[in-house]
Design a protein around this ligand. Structure first.
Ligand code: NAP
Length: 296
């Protein structure tokens, strides 16, 4: 009977390199079980050189779609038959839908970020937001905030990348002006911001240590700090923000909601978000224990 189930199962998965650390299989398989769907979500480690073959192979193997993670999110865009406006604006695909042999590239990161932020009680419209970082994740965050009507400023260690990000998004955000904040302007921008978002990898497990905030940075008490990092749960940025009286929110909610949206796109069913959240938390705790055991 179980072999029968395996043979009939619809398949989805996550393309990445490396991808063994991903929380997505735990999160999605828990959701698919809760929905009583005979689907399986697989880890799909693919070297960058092989990504075109792998994407076309998904169609040959009858996959319903896939998630895409680092380092393939940009390369996959060129392999799609069509891109949604979000994927086009962000310049990256994190969810592929395969229907009638055609590939549609979606980006659910902006939705995931905005949903998590709103669930944390923050409404960004007409309020000043400061985005720290200008990498791939920053693009989704800036796009989501600007679309939600926030007044967005961007600061990045390498200013050229912040300017490039603003220029790339400009055609997709008519009437929106994105402010670039220099290192000299950062203290004033931090004090003015109602929302400060860390999209850098600083403070991430295995990433550059510390906080992206300058030493002694002053923040606006009562503001909100959002860290895209979810491992560790408590980052130096969040600790610093909490100590300054800010409402501090970690990045797990964004991960869960981008996944929930992908699941809804594949299956057409409402995602069991609480199930996904619990599964992601459990997988994250197991990963932290395994990392701890390796270090001792
Ligand atoms: P990325 O494209 O490599 O960008 C990294 C960013 O971090 C750049 O702005 C980079 O600045 C900055 N940075 C790196 N080292 C720094 C340092 N020592 N000091 C100051 N800035 C530094 O990475 P990404 O894909 O955007 O991911 C960024 C973070 O977001 C990661 O921690 C990732 O796990 C997290 N993320 C979370 C979610 C979620 O669902 N919660 C989703 C996506 C990403 P330069 O341009 O100057 O190098």
């Amino acid at each position: 009977m179980s072999a029968q189930v395996e043979n009939d199962a619809r398949l989805v998965g996550v393309l990445g390199w490396p991808v063994g650390h991903s929380l997505s299989p735990a999160m999605h398989n828990a959701a698919l079980r809760a929905l009583k769907l005979n689907w399986r979500y697989l880890l799909l480690p693919v070297h960058p050189d092989d990504i075109p073959d792998a994407v076309h192979g998904l169609r040959a193997l009858g996959f319903a779609g896939a998630n895409v993670t680092i380092p393939h999110k940009v390369a996959v865009c060129a392999l799609m038959d069509e891109l949604t406006p979000e994927a086009l604006a962000v310049g990256a695909v994190n969810t592929i839908i395969i229907r009638d042999g055609r590939f549609t590239g979606h980006n659910t990161d902006a939705y995931g970020f905005l949903t998590a932020l709103t669930n944390a009680g923050y409404a960004p419209a007409c309020r000043p937001a400061l985005v720290l970082g200008a990498g791939g994740a920053a693009r989704s965050v800036v796009y989501a905030l600007a679309r939600a009507g926030a007044r967005v400023a961007i600061h990045n260690r390498t200013p050229e990348r912040a300017h490039a990000l603003a220029a790339a998004l400009a055609p997709h955000l008519p009437g929106v002006s994105l402010q670039i904040v220099s290192a000299a302007g950062l203290p004033a921008a931090l004090l003015a911001a109602d929302l400060v978002i860390n999209t850098t990898s600083v403070g991430m497990t295995g990433g550059p240590p510390g906080s992206p905030l300058p030493a002694g940075a002053r923040l606006r008490a009562g503001a909100t700090a959002y860290d895209l990092i979810y491992a560790p749960r408590q980052t130096p940025f969040l600790r610093q923000a909490r100590a300054a009286g800010l409402h501090a929110v970690g990045g797990l909610g964004m991960l869960v909601h981008q996944g929930a949206r992908a699941l809804e796109l594949w299956t057409g069913r409402d995602a069991p978000v609480a199930v996904m959240q619990r599964a992601a938390q459990r997988a994250l705790a197991a990963r932290a224990r395994a990392d701890g055991a390796r270090r001792t």
